[in-house]
Design a protein around this ligand. Structure first.
Ligand SMILES: [Zn+2]
Length: 105
């Protein structure tokens, strides 16, 4: 499903942010693994932990991209009248990648 209101600038920012995070992460884990002897089990756990954090960050970014920059001023309400857009509310959502913070209409 494509979101026509997601601008290419927002997508570019998302890609750039994620790329920078991945580069920083690669730097950090390579220092971590060579700082002292590590077992495969330690590397496995460490990889899972940092990838979960990166995944949560990616998921937050995806939610941000999915949410339109300029919400419609009104939307159809179940009662048949128009509901007026008031504000976005912050929410913390539990996901398989941990709790993420998003804004929702
Ligand atoms: Zn209504």
């Amino acid at each position: 499903m494509t979101n026509p209101t997601t601008s290419s600038t927002q997508r570019e920012r998302f890609v750039q942010t994620l790329t920078e995070q991945m580069a920083k992460l690669a730097e950090t884990v390579s220092l971590w693994v060579s700082s002292e002897p590590r077992t495969l089990g330690e590397m496995e756990l460490h990889s899972m932990r940092v990838l979960k954090d990166l995944g949560a960050s990616m998921l937050t970014g995806l939610c941000h991209l999915y949410s339109p920059s300029y919400p419609a001023p009104t939307s159809a309400c179940a009662c048949g009248q128009d509901a007026t857009f008031v504000r976005r509310r912050p929410a913390t959502v539990k996901t398989v990648l941990g709790a993420i913070r998003v804004v929702r209409p």
